[in-house]
Design a protein around this ligand. Structure first.
Ligand code: NAD
Length: 268
């Protein structure tokens, strides 16, 4: 197959910051019309991402919605169809952390993380799948009926003390993604995930914004550097394109080797 992204429409959730922002800009630069979603309150940052995409010659529109709200997700997707007339790609990216010692973790902290990171991906994937099925094949546009990329984490695999809600949400994302991939492969809807390691964004600022923290972080990363948002954006673009057409149900670990059990290498 060929690359084939220009002219397609994508929704990127949580795209006002970090990995979603980088993915939205990279898709926009590839000619995709991008809906830059983020939560209500982040409108200014979302609009700024749209202006960056337009400066690269692309098209973008900001639509605020809390991905954990069924009603707001419904209007996000209705607004996308109203603005751009179709939908081909969902980047299920919005996510957050609410860490706590487990014995102190409140039900509110647990629910916030599960509601946004897992239920948010359910609601957005359901809306996207409904549209893909209703619209039908467009072989001149893409080999697939539609493409969904779920933002997971190395913590779908690596247990994470003091972040039990987050690790549980990403473990859930992994089997949600695989189950959707199995259910919809016959319809040629491709569903894959990206599992980033440590990427420099606001979500983990405390892990990289001073030298001691960065030194500690680097002990976990065999490749010897923190990840940068474009490292993930390039994987997003590839998974959205027909270059990955034979891939579904897969998780791409983009982590500088964090999942290679670096402690077993010894001092070398
Ligand atoms: P970030 O905090 O920079 O960006 C997350 C964005 O999601 C923010 O703009 C935030 O406003 C938005 N968001 C939060 N709740 C929302 C909601 N209810 N509805 C809509 N938008 C909402 O963090 P990031 O690092 O860019 O994280 C993006 C995704 O990548 C998350 O799912 C995160 O779990 C995952 N991830 C990040 C890393 C990393 O190292 N940065 C590693 C593994 C996984």
């Amino acid at each position: 197959g060929t690359f084939r992204l220009a002219g397609q429409v994508a929704v990127v959730t949580g795209a006002a910051s970090g990995l979603g922002r980088a993915g939205a800009i990279a898709l926009g630069a590839a000619g995709v019309k991008v809906v830059v979603n983020d939560r209500p309150g982040a409108e200014a940052a979302a609009e700024a991402v749209c202006r960056e995409i337009e400066a690269l010659g692309g098209e973008a529109a900001a639509i605020a919605a809390d991905v954990s709200s069924e009603q707001e997700v419904e209007s996000l997707f209705a607004g996308t169809l109203q603005r751009f007339g179709d939908l081909h790609i969902l980047i299920n990216n919005a996510g957050l952390q609410r860490g706590a010692r487990f014995q102190d973790m409140t039900l509110a902290q647990w629910r916030t993380v599960i509601d946004v990171n897992l239920t948010g991906q359910f609601l957005c994937a359901r809306a996207a799948v409904r549209h893909f099925l209703e619209r039908g094949a467009q072989p001149e546009v893409s080999a697939a009926l539609g493409k969904i990329v779920c933002m997971s984490s190395v913590h779908q695999t690596i247990p994470w003390a003091f972040e039990a809600n987050y690790a549980a949400s990403k473990g859930g994302v992994s089997l949600l993604m695989q189950s959707l991939a199995q259910e919809f492969a016959p319809h040629r809807i491709r569903v894959n995930a990206i599992a980033p390691g440590a990427i420099r964004t606001p979500i983990n600022r405390a892990d990289w914004d001073n030298e001691a923290a960065m030194d500690q972080l680097l002990t976990l990363i065999p490749y010897g550097r923190i990840g940068e948002p474009p490292d993930i954006a390039h994987a997003i673009v590839w998974l959205a394109s027909d270059f990955s057409d034979y891939m579904t149900g897969a998780t791409l670990f983009v982590d500088g080797g964090m999942t290679l059990y670096p402690g077993f290498r010894g001092a070398g």
